[in-house]
Design a protein. Structure first.
Length: 333
């Protein structure tokens, strides 16, 4: 009897941790580089809320905003290594992986409005681009909108010649690099977390970003002039480590997919209003002057940046440009 009791006790010791392990929630680390009160930041928190709700607590989402876990130069490698499970980088960040086709989305004056962008990403273009990630161990889940870029400096940027000789921070897109060079400026790649100090100290003269990022990162405090140009679009791809994702129980994965669909709808709905509100806040603060392009100014910008489309063929390839041209009914050269 004593041996039996000892055996049962030993079995209990072995079983208990297994039971505890089975009851532990699946932890998903979701890292991103912007503030919580931006469209992407709010989208990540909405996904956390819905994912934990839909899975009845079987999944725990840990959101790490503002580059608190990884900077934007490090995060994709961290995802591939499994150190983090989910990211939402700007689509320009995939070129270092050898997937340059995403940069086609950075072409200037490509999307006429948020609705045009949204429809394109739900269609052939978005699906085709996500397929490119699969060979890198990455699964694409959704595209999140953050609206259109403005551009800033410590002088008014109204005509192409106003850009001449200025250093501009870019996120890494060679398309952006090209159109800034065509405007006579000097683009410099820099991590998002380093931009405020670089603007403050004059390491760079200006940058491009959306209104919500100008506000929440306080870029407007160290830039005297912002041109509300809306010359290019900023979008994010929500991605997950493929091995981790495929290893989840099918029922949990289905619930997480539903949470992502709902969080994406929420994020893309608020993006436009968030940027409008941010622009109003920047104006109210009175620390920077907002400038708006006239029709003639806009035409001059478009003509100066137009050669980017011809140049892009050698960078992103004809196939994606043909897809974009067909989907958006735009000319590529």
């Amino acid at each position: 009897m004593r041996k039996l009791l000892l055996a049962v006790a030993a079995a209990g010791i072995l079983v208990a941790p297994a039971v505890a392990q089975a009851q532990s929630p699946v932890v998903i680390k979701f890292s991103h580089v912007v503030a919580n009160d931006t469209p992407k930041g709010k989208g990540a928190l909405k996904f956390k809320e819905l994912a934990e709700k839909y899975t009845d607590g079987k999944v725990k989402i840990e959101v790490y905003p503002n580059s608190s876990l990884y900077k934007d130069k490090e995060e994709i490698e961290a995802l591939q290594l499994g150190s983090v499970q989910m990211l939402a980088p700007s689509t320009a960040k995939f070129a270092p992986l050898g997937i340059k086709e995403f940069e086609a989305l950075d072409l200037p004056w490509l999307f006429k409005d948020d609705e045009t962008y949204s429809n394109a990403m739900k269609g052939t273009i978005g699906k085709w681009l996500f397929q490119k990630l699969e060979a890198k161990g990455i699964t694409g889940l959704a595209y999140w909108d953050n609206g259109f870029h403005m551009v800033s400096s410590n002088r008014a940027l109204m005509k192409p010649e106003d850009f001449k000789g200025l250093k501009f921070r870019i996120s890494g897109s060679k398309i952006a690099d090209q159109y800034f060079r065509l405007m006579g400026s000097i683009p410099q790649i820099m991590a998002f977390s380093e931009v405020y100090q670089a603007l403050q100290t004059g390491v760079v003269d200006g940058c491009e970003n959306t209104a919500s990022n100008y506000l929440t990162q306080k870029f407007y405090e160290v830039q005297k002039d912002i041109t509300v140009s809306y010359h290019a679009h900023l979008q994010y791809a929500v991605i997950v480590n493929s091995k981790f994702w495929s290893g989840l129980p099918p029922d949990i994965r289905t619930q997480l997919e539903k949470a992502m669909v709902d969080a994406t709808e929420y994020t893309n709905q608020i993006a436009h209003q968030e940027n409008e509100d941010a622009l109003a806040e920047i104006k109210k603060a009175g620390k920077t002057k907002l400038h708006y392009l006239t029709d003639a100014d806009r035409k001059a910008w478009q003509e100066s940046m137009r050669p980017t489309y011809t140049w892009a063929k050698g960078r992103v390839g004809q196939e994606v440009l043909d897809l974009v041209a067909k989907e958006l009914d735009v000319k590529m050269n």
